[in-house]
Design a protein around this ligand. Structure first.
Ligand SMILES: Nc1ncnc2c1ncn2[C@@H]1O[C@H](COP(=O)(O)OP(=O)(O)OP(=O)(O)O)[C@@H](O)[C@H]1O
Length: 584
């Protein structure tokens, strides 16, 4: 119940739909049990006592009851659906909003398939209970209660005999639920595994194909698919084992009813109409009880789904605006690190160890060092994707936490090694960070990133729709669109994280030229493995195992005998010199 209480904010505002849906359900139940009562009246009073003048009234009454029942069923279902649909509409929005603001720390370990299934299957499971399951539970209590009441009113002894087998039915339903519930849980788990497999396969298709792993992947999918199939068959075996048994118990009740009820009619203790009414009423008890397992199942599924949704909704958002955070349109881009240390996980080594440096507005800082030395971590602290464990990161003399996240993100442009392009038009991709940008500004950004020419060659120019992974464009072209996107925001701090490592030398040359144009007036951080990418930087920082081991300009660093930078330089240029020597 705790789960439902915690999620109350989503469904309780729509209680009016729910209450009306239940009121109408009461009417439906009333009309349903009215049928056998009318039948009893018709047989015992109209037919047996030959009061035929009542026939038209009963016929009209029956017609209206049927009509009213139809209307009540319609509105009960409609309002119930409205209740569930509206509630999960809000819930879905809240979950999506949460996903936008969850810290990167959360995404480091989150699985896309799992999150997708929470946002779809779990939300749907919760809606089903709100729209349908809860009403069914109430319907069951009312229908069974009312039918029992009428049976005992007509004939307590017949009611007892008829319902004598009922405890067996309840016991069977209980046992059925005990077996079927974990089986359903397994199906859900197996389905989540299946969808995760498909999602991973589609995302990693390039790797699969390039390593010729299609057969292997089919095998792995086959295992998951077989598991899903087996779980389903196992569950349907439980159903097919229990349901005929439940029906059998139901029919025992009917046999007892006919036997003892027939005897009571013969001896004149009850009238035939009562026996006929009992015949309907007994199924109004047996059928809902047989469905009890299913209803309880929707309840426990909704509870499990609700818990999974709460796990996302209650995830702490540790990186957020403090109360009096400053919002600024434009920062100067003066970045300072003061004794910054950072680790991603408590039991991991320091990713950054006591880093201090200053980047004045408009200057270019190059970051170089081995894989995993902490270059990206520095830039992730500037954008406040993560919070440092120790020390301070300042922009324009104020700690990052003084600014709103929007201010920081609006003033920083990031181009990654492989940038993500959305499956929308080229124009929308470029103006993603600045949707109000005019067409001139978009074209200007594209020209500055040397993308304008190839965009004009696309079938619909700037309106060309890109595929999910920027389909139809080469790596370099995608990269140039990503650079245009960063320029379009006009950031005061630009971060180029390995932005040219995936493209050929010629494209790199073009992108470099574009960068030089773009970097004017912005504080720029260039992360690169190639010295050629950052040799023109005002200051180069050499990283090793999370520490800064050298800093200075290209010329200064080359002066250092046995220096790290010089070693990298020699490694990268040795071949070239050798080649030139040999060519002479
Ligand atoms: N999200 C993360 N969660 C846990 N550890 C991380 C995370 N990101 C980086 N690390 C760890 O932090 C250290 C520094 O990583 P970082 O990405 O900053 O290095 P890098 O110099 O940019 O490497 P590369 O050149 O390969 O991009 C590494 O040991 C890495 O394993």
């Amino acid at each position: 119940m705790e789960t439902f209480k915690k999620l109350k904010d989503f469904y309780w505002p729509y209680k009016v739909y729910f209450i009306w849906s239940i009121v109408l359900l009461l009417a439906v139940t009333g009309f349903t049990v009215a049928y056998p009562v009318i039948l009893q009246f018709t047989i015992d009073y109209i037919i047996l006592e030959q009061n035929y003048e009542w026939v038209p009234y009963v016929a009209i009454g029956f017609f209206f009851i049927t009509l009213l029942k139809g209307i009540a069923v319609y509105y009960h279902q409609y309002l119930g659906d409205l209740f569930g649909i509206r509630a999960v509409f809000e819930l879905r929005n809240a979950l999506y909003k949460k996903l936008q603001f969850l810290p990167f720390r959360y995404y480091d370990n989150a699985r896309t398939g799992d999150l997708m299934s929470r946002l779809t299957a779990d939300v749907e499971g919760f809606r089903f209970f709100l729209s349908f399951g809860f009403a069914q539970l109430i319907n069951l209590v009312m229908l069974v209660g009312l039918s029992l009441g009428i049976m005992f009113y007509y004939s307590p002894s017949l009611a007892f005999v008829t319902l004598a087998a009922m405890p067996f039915l309840i016991l069977t339903v209980y046992k059925f639920d005990k077996e079927v519930h974990p089986a359903f849980k397994d199906i859900r788990k197996s389905f989540a595994g299946l969808t995760t497999k498909v999602q991973e396969n589609i995302s990693g298709m390039t790797t699969v194909k390039s390593l010729s792993k299609e057969e292997f992947e089919m095998g792995r999918f086959g295992d998951k698919n077989t598991d899903y199939k087996d779980k389903f068959i196992f569950t349907s075996n439980i159903w097919s084992k229990y349901f005929p048994f439940m029906e059998l118990i139901g029919h025992f009740c009917v046999v007892a009813l006919l036997g003892y009820g027939g005897y009571l009619v013969i001896t004149g203790e009850i009238q035939p109409g009562v026996l006929v009414a009992f015949f309907s009423l007994v199924w109004f008890i047996i059928n809902p009880l047989m469905n009890l397992g299913f209803i309880v199942n929707t309840f426990s599924q909704a509870k499990a789904s609700g818990e999974r949704l709460l796990q996302v909704l209650e995830e702490p958002e540790d990186i957020m605006d403090k109360k009096d955070a400053v919002s600024k349109d434009r920062l100067d881009g003066h970045v300072t690190f003061e004794n910054v240390s950072h680790r991603y996980d408590e039991d991991e080594d320091l990713a950054l160890d006591n880093i201090s440096f200053e980047a004045k507005p408009g200057k270019t800082i190059g970051l170089i060092g081995a894989t995993g030395s902490g270059k990206t971590s520095i830039t992730q602290l500037i954008t406040r994707f993560y919070e440092p464990d120790k020390g301070r990161v300042l922009i324009d003399g104020r700690p990052l936490t003084d600014y709103t996240l929007k201010t920081i993100r609006k003033n920083t442009g990031v181009v990654l090694q492989e940038s993500f392009l959305f499956s929308s038009s080229v124009k929308d991709n470029i103006s993603y960070g600045n949707p109000e940008a005019s067409m001139e500004r978009i074209i200007d950004a594209a020209k500055r990133s040397d993308a304008h020419e190839f965009i004009m060659d696309l079938p619909d120019g700037y309106d060309t729709i890109l595929g999910e992974r920027g389909g139809g464009l080469s790596g370099g072209q995608k990269q140039r669109i990503a650079i245009a996107r960063a320029i379009c925001v006009d950031p005061s701090i630009l971060i180029l994280d390995d932005a040219t490592s995936a493209v050929d030398m010629e494209t790199e040359g073009k992108i470099q030229a574009a960068f030089r144009e773009v970097m004017k007036g912005r504080t720029t951080f260039i992360i690169a493995h190639r010295i050629s990418s950052l040799m023109h930087a005002d200051e180069i920082i050499v990283m090793k195992d999370g520490s800064m081991v050298e800093r200075g300009s290209h010329a200064e660093l080359l002066q250092k005998d046995n220096g790290h930078y010089r070693r990298i330089y020699e490694l990268q240029y040795k071949d070239k010199h050798q080649f030139l020597q040999e060519a002479k």
